[in-house]
Design a protein around this ligand. Structure first.
Ligand code: PMV
Length: 360
């Protein structure tokens, strides 16, 4: 059921003092992938992701009461303390699109300042961390100005809903450890916002995700275009059904700590996502030759050592290597000895599962 957050009563009746909020929100890595959407950023299939901890965006929002009446959003946007006109344009458009949810935004002068903790030019998308951090700031603002959203679960659910409107997968970033989004067998699952995964084995709460940077070049296909390629895709309905089967299996593995089932679905999902893109019209091959070299090395290492090290991919050439924290030493030695030479500038981001967004 859709929650209706449209509320024309959220208007300030008198002048308010200036204020400021800041949230740190992480990126997430999908295990079962969201690929294909309809209506306003609603997913064609359910997805589940692990919430990361090192790749984050800090979003700082300062506001003051506008001294003139206007129906438009008034904002300035700084990225790492420098004016960022492209971000400004994007956020202005987004905030205008959600004015019926937060009408008071047009009564304020807003100033955003964001920064990312992950290095520049790694090809790591920041939309999940930045849009979730932004959504959390907006919900904090509503709570401060109107006294709403005092209940933590309600607060996070609205933030997840708003983050989804900004960038689909961002809705999963607000929760600790892992989150699902989209409808599956759980009666509380929703198309409109993500839900925290509560049945999760302890081993996954400290899981490692080492991101191997094969290429930092800008993606050949934006996720907006990528999702739209699923509209007339010959395998679309098979894919959506398969994702529904995969989510049930991987949720079982996440609950029971079955690393083999987890890993098999993980790799299948990554390759299915890339297979869909290869079979789209037009077709895209987003893996680079070194992506394949590394995938083969990972599988060889796994066969030889029997260690539960599996990979996944986003819609790009970089590899996320997922493994439990108790084999960190062995895997890091493997990365250094056998994989680093296939990476762009030897870049690896050592990330891990984390506690979700943080109010700063
Ligand atoms: O949130 P978007 O529109 O950037 O799409 C993300 C798509 C994938 O990262 C490939 C999969 C996912 O579920 O995160």
């Amino acid at each position: 059921m859709e929650k209706h957050y449209i509320n024309k009563n959220l208007l300030l009746k008198e002048e308010v003092e200036t204020g400021r909020f800041a949230w740190r929100s992480p990126s997430n890595i999908a295990l079962v992938k969201y690929w294909g959407k309809f209506a306003t950023q609603l997913p064609c299939n359910p997805s589940v992701s692990l919430t990361l901890s090192e790749s984050t965006t800090v979003m700082d929002l300062s506001y003051s009461f506008k001294d003139f009446k206007s129906k438009d959003i008034s904002l300035s946007y700084f990225f790492e303390n420098k004016e960022a006109p492209k971000f400004k344009e994007k956020i202005e458009k987004f905030l205008t699109s959600i004015l019926d949810i937060f009408p008071f935004l047009a009564q304020l002068d807003l100033e955003f300042n964001s920064s990312n903790t992950f290095p520049h030019s790694t090809g790591i998308a920041s939309s999940a961390s930045s849009m979730s951090a932004l959504a959390l700031c907006l919900c904090s603002l509503e709570r401060e100005l109107f006294g709403n959203l005092q209940d933590e679960a309600e607060f996070l659910q609205k933030a997840s809903y708003i983050a989804r409107l900004g960038s689909g997968s961002a809705c999963r970033s607000v929760y600790p450890y892992a989150a699902t989004w989209g409808e599956y067998s759980n009666e509380n699952s929703s198309l409109y916002f993500a839900s925290p995964l509560t049945k999760i084995h302890d081993i996954f709460k400290t899981y490692e995700d080492s991101i191997l940077i094969v290429s930092s070049e800008e993606k050949a296909v934006s996720s907006r275009v990528g999702h739209s390629l699923m509209k007339d895709h010959p395998f679309a309905s098979v894919r959506f059904d398969h994702a529904k089967e995969n989510i049930e299996k991987i949720l079982w593995a996440l609950e029971n700590g079955d690393l083999k089932v987890f890993g098999e679905i993980l790799e299948q999902e990554a390759l299915e996502l890339h297979g869909l893109m290869m079979n789209s019209t037009p077709s895209f091959i987003l893996m680079r030759p070194n992506t394949l070299v590394i995938i083969e090395k990972i599988r060889e290492f796994r066969a030889q050592t029997e260690l539960p090290v599996y990979f996944t991919l986003d819609a790009g050439p970089n590899i996320h290597l997922l493994y439990p924290a108790n084999i960190k030493e062995e895997v890091r030695t493997f990365i250094k000895d056998e994989l680093v030479s296939f990476l762009e500038n030897g870049q690896v981001i050592y990330d891990r599962v984390g506690l979700g967004a943080l109010d700063l």
